[in-house]
Design a binder for this molecule. Structure first.
Ligand code: SF4
Length: 160
């Protein structure tokens, strides 16, 4: 059965212990993901630093920021979907304020975030996921890996 623990175990076996995230605050990690798109981490880090310095990272600060300022910052994080990403920053802030009173720490497991992020960069890529190499290929409902008999698949997957 697919459990959170089995997913973390399978990804840890594949990628090792993840490096520390840019922040231990889950809302910051959402901002980190949304502030850049399809850019190297060094460029994403510049946009994130600008958001921190010019707006702040609290949901209330993001929600109160002028739209033009958010767009200028998301532009630093790459030219694709600048306006959409700025809107997502505001939408996320609004959601976290409305549903979790601005505090997400209890709702997210950081090791899983780091492992999933790496997984998305290495194997589960948006346009061409490498399902045949994926440690989650047996339980994953989106897997395109269908070349091995079911009894052998479980052995190959090494999923707890
Ligand atoms: S099996 Fe394929 S779609 Fe599923 S998580 Fe792995 S790489 Fe992604």
């Amino acid at each position: 059965m697919l459990t959170l623990r089995s997913v973390v175990s399978a990804l840890r076996r594949r990628y090792g212990k993840p490096p520390p995230p840019v922040s231990r605050d889950p809302f910051h990690l959402i901002l980190w993901e949304q502030v850049g798109y399809l850019v190297p981490d060094i460029q994403r880090r510049r946009a994130f630093a600008a958001l921190r310095a010019q707006v702040g990272l609290h949901p209330g600060a993001v929600l109160a920021a002028p739209r033009a300022k958010l767009e200028a910052i998301t532009r630093l994080g790459g030219p694709i979907a600048v306006r959409i990403r700025a809107s997502r920053l505001r939408d996320s802030a609004e959601l976290v304020l409305g549903r979790w009173d601005g505090e997400l720490r209890a709702a997210v497991r950081l090791p899983l975030y780091s492992l999933l992020r790496r997984h998305g960069q290495e194997l589960c890529r948006r346009t061409a996921p490498a399902c045949g190499l994926c440690p989650l290929r047996i339980p994953c409902p989106s897997s395109s890996y269908q070349d091995v008999a079911p009894d052998k698949r479980l052995k190959l997957a090494h999923v707890d």
